[in-house]
Ligand binder design. Sequence first.
Ligand code: ATP
Length: 365
Amino acid sequence: MTDRTAVENALAGIPLPGGGSLAGADLVRALRVEPGEAGTRVSFVIEAPDARAAQALAPVRDAAERAVAALPGVAGVSAVLTAHGGPSKAPPPPDLKPGLKIGRHPDPAPAGPQPVAGVDRILAVASGKGGVGKSTVAANLAVALARKGRRVGLLDADIYGPSQPRMMGVQKRPASPDGKTILPLEAHGVRFMSIGLMVDPDKAVVWRGPMLMGALQQMLNQTEWGRLDVLIVDLPPGTGDVQLTLCQRAQVTGALIVSTPQDVALIDARKAIDMFATLKTPVLGLIENMAHHTCERCGHVTHPFGAGGVRHEAERIGVPFLGELPIDLATRVGGDEGRPVAADEGPVAEAFATLADRLVGGGMA
Ligand SMILES: Nc1ncnc2c1ncn2[C@@H]1O[C@H](COP(=O)(O)OP(=O)(O)OP(=O)(O)O)[C@@H](O)[C@H]1O
């Protein structure tokens, strides 16, 4: 049967247009080789340095898929092609020193990003600007994936405005029977944990890097997630310590960037994309939220934040465009009332189901 080494060897042999090989150029990320009853499923991300390189790599992606598909016992292959979004102008990330655990000794710094026990994949949901609907997308995507039968965790790491307890409809403090591990809460088929349930958000806003690092580490590693196919992490907006810590400490499969079509949101989304490039975390796609609004009375469609901006940006920088979500009253009410719209039926629930299918189909969730 085909194992990881066989896949790596097959990929190593794929030539690049300008010379060298796929493996030699260090372009393959998030390689997963999953044996199953029907055969082995393989997924990986090819991350090009920029949009032009990504375009040129499309035949390489096809060749890589074919080469892996030809290996014995392989039942399915999915390769996602994405780009860094241009060379990074951001300064290199600071050298993070061992994190202070709150009220505990600092953890020794691991050699590099580590897996979270029992968790197969970590997807970071990020945005450049606040208020674009990142938490809404994270919650609904988690619920949509759970409805597909995936084992899903949701970690609310938005220290400055934790909103998942409200969106998921559970506000109680998680139990910690042994004083060490934290039992996650469960709602709509999703196990979830929020930094907002453990700390006073008014105090959290003045926390500095090491304290945030300690808290995030605790949420990731001391929560009893059990076996998860995917852990979705709802990040704070922007490009700060939480993003750095997550990507430097945990093996993040990739990031999904949420933006509205507005120019101001897109400018900030580019900064977030740039940050993930610096951190070597592949951007798996862009999602346009609040794309359009349909008048409930006359059916007239308007684009309050402009039309198609995120799709164009995704095309421009060579990152997959994962879909658009409308401005929708039920989405807002569902978020406020603790029942994400993806838990019910309707066009927005379908849009999230399609997004979930796409991620599952690509081996990313
Ligand atoms: N597609 C949508 N249609 C209608 N309302 C939406 C939609 N997406 C988000 N909202 C609403 O917009 C508000 C902000 O959304 P949300 O909290 O998800 O944004 P965010 O990007 O996570 O913000 P922040 O990280 O700054 O807290 C919420 O009240 C939410 O219900």
